[in-house]
Design a protein around this ligand. Structure first.
Ligand code: SAH
Ligand code: SF4
Ligand code: F3S
Length: 470
């Protein structure tokens, strides 16, 4: 595996120069600096990819105005994990089609997971002819080059790769927050859960070299970052594919040593790969946050087997129990799917049972969405929509009740919060995040953003707290 692709970095830096020239010409033509908007769908991986794409647009000299309808260049970074994410993108493309008729200078680009599906590309070629550029998840490092090609061509430019081993480091990045940042520690997924399209659109699992990760975090800390979120579809299997293999627990211990770094988060953990070593490292760490997102998907061992999750209800419960015993102040959250092929109301009961036994602090509940090309899509016993909704409503009620109960348990405690932003509704309040991921609003001002402060949790509002600084 080629970890650092230095030659490619030089090539892309040259394309950035060429793109700067194009931006200058555009400015003359338009009478203003060209503007752009990048709209992001999906998970934290996509959010991080968008920071890289924005970094390049900034460097080139486009102005970020964030509004797709008013920009000279619009890019949708898409998600395809569930069908509703795809429908949103088609909806936006419809709106832009009319705008582009009035403003032919407008350029429209698409990237991200949806673009890795051949059927999507066919549909866009046929029905959305006004799209100018399409690329996928494996070649976003080529973004500057693709931009240059697009501005030099009057046809739709399409560049999709099936897979890649390449990891190109050190291109510009523009962070959304000055004080916290996501960091990719690995790409892709090898798990092939039978309902999930991610392995097909994100390719095979590959880990970044620990020294590159550490170097990136050190640079971020120098630049004011106090909290990092280590990103991967299955961080617990980090390092297996490296030339000199290393475990995720070992990587965390190295990151812990970085001076000036205050908080470490990570996602996502697959229960089948969560080691005792990791639990011990979390338990003794001063920096790893007291939050673990541990997707359950289903509480029925029969459905879990069909999902290819490779754990049973009992194994998951034993793991959750161990976590709660070893780290009592840990907040546990999860993902749940209702309506997987063959699921009965009794299977949903099993899921509800796990939610009650584990007592999740929060859970994302999804209705199963059939993804073409996955094994589950070919299963014959697809669940009736009405039945799935019924199960979903039943489960959601328990999830919400449990989360409220858990939240109430923190009432009156004093904890450290990282101030993230001003409160959107009330400008006398700031919004902070506790180590356990709970949100707390309390009196403060913009100067506190990015600081860690002690806050007393005064009033529980269900899923968040009102507090006061102590
Ligand atoms: N790698 C992560 C999850 C990535 S996708 C993990 O394994 O935990 C995020 C969540 O989307 C999944 O946990 C799952 O609950 C949900 N999801 C994935 N595919 C889905 C589908 N076809 N229908 C409904 N929900 C799905
Ligand atoms: Fe999808 Fe499973 Fe991989 Fe998560 S672990 S991304 S759910 S295949
Ligand atoms: Fe969606 Fe791709 Fe993430 S499909 S959930 S954006 S990896």
């Amino acid at each position: 595996m080629q970890a650092l692709d230095e030659k490619e970095l030089l090539i892309q830096k040259d394309y950035i120069k060429q793109a700067k020239k194009i931006a200058g010409e555009l400015e003359q033509k338009l009478g203003h600096k060209p503007t752009f908007a990048i709209i992001t769908f999906g998970c934290q991986m996509n959010a991080r990819d968008s920071e890289k794409l924005i970094g390049i647009m900034d460097e080139i000299g486009f102005v970020n105005n964030g509004e797709d309808e008013k920009s000279d260049f619009v890019l949708y970074n898409t998600c395809t994990v569930r069908d509703n994410a795809n429908q949103k993108v088609y909806g936006r493309l419809g709106v832009l089609s009319n705008l582009k008729k009035k403003n032919p200078q407008m350029k429209i680009a698409l990237c991200g997971c949806m673009m890795q599906e051949p059927s999507v590309i066919e549909k866009i070629k046929k029905s959305y002819r006004h799209v100018d550029l399409i690329f996928g998840t494996h070649n976003i490092f080529k973004f500057a080059e693709l931009l240059v090609t697009m501005y030099e061509s009057d046809r739709m430019v399409i560049d999709i790769w099936d897979n890649t081993e390449r990891i190109v480091e050190d291109l510009p990045v523009k962070r959304k927050y000055s004080f916290k940042s996501g960091i990719n520690i690995m790409f892709g997924c090898n798990n092939f859960c039978s309902y999930c399209i991610v392995p097909y659109v994100r390719g095979r699992e590959r880990s970044r070299e620990p020294k590159d990760i550490i170097r990136e975090i050190e640079a971020l800390v120098k630049d004011g970052v106090v909290e990092v979120m280590l990103l991967g579809q299955n961080v617990n299997s980090y390092g297996k594919t490296l030339e000199s293999p290393m475990t995720f627990a070992e990587l965390l211990q190295e990151i812990e040593q970085i001076e000036g770094l205050k908080r470490i988060r990570f996602m996502t953990s697959h229960p089948k790969d969560l080691s005792d070593d990791l639990i011990q490292v979390m338990k003794h760490s001063k920096k790893i946050c007291r939050h673990l997102h541990l997707p359950l998907q289903s509480g029925s061992s029969r459905i879990l087997k069909e999902m290819n999750r490779r754990y049973t209800k009992e194994q998951y419960l034993a793991l959750a129990n161990k976590l709660r015993t070893e780290i009592p102040d840990l907040s546990l959250t999860t993902d749940l799917i209702v309506g997987f092929p063959g699921e009965t109301p009794e299977d949903v009961d099993e899921t509800i049972d796990v939610v009650k036994q584990v007592g999740y602090d929060n859970a994302f509940t999804f209705i199963y969405s059939k993804r073409t090309g996955t094994p589950a899509a070919a299963m014959e016993n697809q669940v009736d929509e009405a039945l799935a909704h019924e199960g979903f409503d039943r489960l959601l009620k328990v999830v919400q009740d449990t989360a409220k109960e858990r939240a109430l348990m923190m009432q009156g405690q004093t904890m450290e919060a990282l101030v993230e932003e001003m409160n959107a509704q009330d400008d006398t309040l700031v919004t902070g995040r506790l180590s356990n991921n709970m949100i707390v609003h309390f009196p403060g001002d913009a100067s506190m953003i990015g600081q860690l402060v002690m806050v007393k949790l005064v009033e529980c509002k269900g899923f968040y707290y009102l507090g006061e600084r102590v």
